[in-house]
Structure formats: C-alpha cells, structure tokens
Design a protein around this ligand. Structure first.
Ligand SMILES: Nc1nc2c(ncn2[C@@H]2O[C@H](COP(=O)(O)OP(=O)(O)OP(=O)(O)O)[C@@H](O)[C@H]2O)c(=O)[nH]1
Ligand SMILES: *[C@@H]1O[C@H](CO)[C@@H](O)[C@H](O)[C@H]1NC(C)=O
Ligand SMILES: [Mg+2]
Length: 435
C-alpha cells in the first residue's frame, strides 16, 4: 500500500512539473508580441486622429515637382578625390582613443563639400541599433562623401559606443554631452502637475506617456540640439536615429541639393499626430502667431497644417526621425521665439508634445512653401513606416531593395498627398497604383 501511494505521489509530482514547464514556455512565447502590440497601438492612435476622408488625389496640380539631379555614374579620377581632415573632437567627454585607428576611406565623390554633418542623439545602449543605421547611411551615401557625424547624449558616451561608431563612419566623429540645462525640467514647470499627467497618460496607455526621459528628448530635439557647441560649426544637418533603414542608393549630395534649391527643411514621411499627446499645442501656436506676427511668412504652408485657415490643426506633420535641414534657420530669432513661446506653455511636460509636430509647424508657418522639400528618392524605414520611392525606374536606377507595396505615401493616414496638393505639385508617375 505504502509503495502505490509513493507511485501516486511521483505521478502527481511529474504532472505538476509538466504544467509548470508548459506555463514557462508559453509565457516566453509571448515576449515578441510587445513590439507588435506597441506598433498596433501607435497605429490605433493615428487611425483615431485620421481625417474622415483621405485627401483626394490629382486636384490642383500645376507645376511638376522639382526633379532630383541625375545619378552620377562616371568613375571618379584619382586626382579629384577630396580628402577631408581626419580626427575626432570631443566636448564634455573623455578623449576618444579609437579615432584614426583605421585610415578613413572617404571623399571619393568629386566636387565641393557642404558645411554639413550627420547628427544622432543616442544612449550607450543604442550602440548596436545605431551601428545598423550608420552602416546603411555609409553604404548608400556617405562612403562617397565623408561627411562628419556628431553624436549627442545626456550621459558620457562609453568606449564601446565610440569605438564602434568611429569604425563605421567615413568622416570625422564628434561626441558631445548635453548640458544639464537643456535636458531637464525648466524651473517654471510644476513638477507635481507633470507627475500627475504622466500617471494619467500611463493609465490611458498612451505610448511613452509615463516617460520623463522621452519628454526631455522631445524638448531637446525641439529646441536645443542645433545650439549644441558641436553643431555651431555647421550649417546643415541630417538626423539619423537607431534602427532605421535606407533602401536605395543616394546618387547625389542631398545637402548640396538643399543649398542649391534654397531648401531649409525636408522630409520623407508625413502623417497625422496622435492627438492625445498634443491637445493644446495649436492653442500655443496661435498664441505665438498673435505675439509674433512678424515671424509668420507670406506664402507659407498653413494649408498643409490646417483645413480651416488656421483655426484648428489637422495634425499633419513631417516625421522628424529623418530630417535634412538648415541649422541657421533653427538658430534664427524666429525659430527661437517660437520654441520659447511653446516651452513656456509647458506642453512638453503637461502633455507630451513631440519634436515632429513642433518642427513641422515651425516649417509650415515660418518658411515659404518651396523651402520645404520632399525627398522621393531617399528610401527610408523607421518602425513602423516605410517610404519606398514611387516610380519603378527610380527604384531600379537607385538599386532599391524596398517593396513598393510597403510605401506609406499614398495611404490615407499619410499627409504626403496633401503636401503635393497644397504645393500645387504633380504627384510622381505611378502613385495611383500604390493607393
Ligand atoms: N541620450 C539619450 N538619447 C535618447 C533618449 N531617449 C531617446 N533618445 C534618442 O532620441 C531619439 C528618439 O528616440 P526613440 O526612442 O527612437 O523615439 P521614437 O522614434 O519616437 O520611438 P521608437 O519607435 O521607439 O523609435 C533616438 O535617436 C534615441 O536614441 C535618452 O534618454 N537619452
Ligand atoms: C559653417 O557654418 C557655421 C554656421 O553657419 C559657420 O559658423 C562656419 O563658419 C561655417 N564654416 C565654414 C567652413 O564655412
Ligand atoms: Mg526612433
């Protein structure tokens, strides 16, 4: 009898163990769902704020879009190989012992270089994600040009970050630490009120709604990065984030294109902002327009931002994780007055204003329409959206590896059709097939 009880005990024990193993394995299978859920959630946000009807295509087309310069196919004579100065500069961090450990093979494209740099805001933990981005930017463009790369961080960059990024870049690398004044709560912010907002947004499951650092990041990108000492040396910037992809060759210098065509700001993806993050942003913008009518430019893009002549915001914005733009414009009194006005109203902390709508509204009101450029030929991905160039010949010429079906531009949640219409520009041939 004692023997069979023991057997029974063994069987029950084995059974319990099996159940435990089953639970462990099934819960670990759920881990990847976090990303999916996050993206679905973002998608819902946009669905929520999307227009009733997507902008109708084809209306008001007048002038053709400015054509991009043709790809440079000629081999480059050796004597034209422009050398850029080598080395690595530091501000607020320890010297980088990894600079110049390898000869930099840069500058093979002929012609002058612009006064320009890549700029990346990142944490040390982003190193492998930014490494992927850098590799693609270098392969598709910069290995021919050797433009510099400025890295900014609210903490000190560690040796691994500096070693990996210096090795991957063809131009000079510079590592800067962000001033405490520019990454923190300004004294006019009521901390208690800001904390309550984060709790509330957390409960409402608003993405990054409970994050303090995300807010500092958005405020920094909105009002400070272009004033970092390392960026004062440049006129043009190209923002690169971790984990992005470039799908096509970039066969000319976009910085030079910007300069020659008198562009100040550019984008590849546009969309509707998640309204819960910016309920009073437009009120603040209206306050600014009233206080500083001298900064509002004639021939601006108000029609891109508002469907009722400026009364309300339609939530359209350029996605700022990709930007090529003019730093002197961001440093202008007009932009600084604008940023200070918004900052004072507190929405970076009392709501969760993003730098994308902040930059976009500035460009929309304080630049002339044709100073904003859409780069159809720069193919780009940042989770969860893709810009794959419209037009098969462009994709073949530029050796693109994106699936045109993934192109977001002519989707109802994109604002790019509206951009074309409000600028009286002809949409690229073949766009109808992608709707
Ligand atoms: N140094 C530093 N960089 C940050 C911090 N938070 C975000 N960043 C950087 O700021 C940029 C934007 O942050 P992301 O986390 O990519 O924000 P996002 O693009 O809205 O969201 P994702 O979908 O997660 O990419 C990236 O280049 C980040 O590396 C931070 O706390 N410190
Ligand atoms: C580059 O641009 C910055 C900012 O406009 C300027 O201060 C600097 O003199 C320029 N450098 C060169 C070499 O033109
Ligand atoms: Mg990002």
């Amino acid at each position: 009898m004692a023997g069979s009880t023991r057997y029974l005990r063994y069987i029950v024990f084995a059974f319990v163990a099996l159940i435990v193993i089953f639970f462990i394995s099934s819960s670990s299978q759920q881990v990847p769902d976090y990303e999916t859920a996050k993206n679905m959630f973002k998608g819902q946000g946009w669905a929520h704020t999307s227009p009733d009807t997507p902008a109708a295509g084809g209306a008001g087309e007048k002038e053709p879009a400015a054509a991009a310069p043709p790809p440079a196919k000629e081999p480059v004579p050796a004597e034209d190989i422009a050398k850029t100065p080598q080395g690595t500069t530091e501000t607020g961090t320890t010297p980088n012992p990894y600079a110049n450990s390898q000869p930099k093979l840069s500058g093979q494209a002929p012609g002058e270089r612009m006064n320009a740099t890549f700029v990346t805001l990142a944490r040390n933990s982003d190193v492998w994600e930014i490494a992927r981005s850098i590799r693609q930017v270098e392969d598709r463009f910069n290995h021919n040009y050797g433009y510099d790369w400025v890295f900014l961080n609210d903490a000190d960059f560690d040796d691994t970050f500096k070693k990996v990024t210096s090795a991957l870049t063809s131009g000079n690398t510079k590592y800067g630490k962000i001033d405490k004044e520019h990454w923190g709560f300004p004294d006019f912010i009521d901390q208690e009120r800001a904390r309550k907002v984060r709790e509330d947004m957390h409960e409402r499951k608003i993405i990054y709604g409970d994050s303090v650092s995300y807010r500092h990041m958005c405020r920094y990108e909105s009002g400070f990065f272009f004033r970092h000492p390392l960026l004062l040396d440049y006129e043009w910037y190209w923002r690169v984030e971790p984990s992005i992809e470039l799908f096509c060759d970039i066969a000319y210098d976009p910085f030079k294109f910007m300069k020659e065509h008198k562009k100040k700001y550019s984008f590849v993806l546009s969309l509707y902002e998640y309204v819960e993050t910016i309920p009073t942003l437009w009120d603040s913008v209206k306050g600014f327009m009233k206080a500083h009518p001298e900064h509002i430019v004639e021939g601006n893009s108000m029609a891109f931002l508002s469907d009722d002549g400026g009364e309300t915001y339609n939530h359209c914005h350029f996605w700022s994780n990709f930007e090529i733009g003019n730093l002197d414009w961001l440093r202008s009194p007009a932009y600084i007055d604008y940023f200070n006005h918004l900052d004072r109203d507190g929405g970076f902390f009392y709501e969760r204003w993003g730098d994308a709508p902040v930059h976009s509204i500035a460009a929309g009101l304080m630049l002339k329409k044709d100073e904003i450029h859409f780069f159809n030929d720069i193919a780009y991905y940042h989770v969860p959206f893709t810009h794959c160039p419209t037009g098969e010949q462009t994709r073949l010429d530029l050796k693109c590896h994106c699936n045109p079906k993934d192109n977001f531009d002519w989707n109802g949640y994109s604002c790019t059709a509206r951009f074309f219409e409000t600028n009286g520009m002809q949409k690229p041939a073949g766009y109808e097939k992608e709707q």
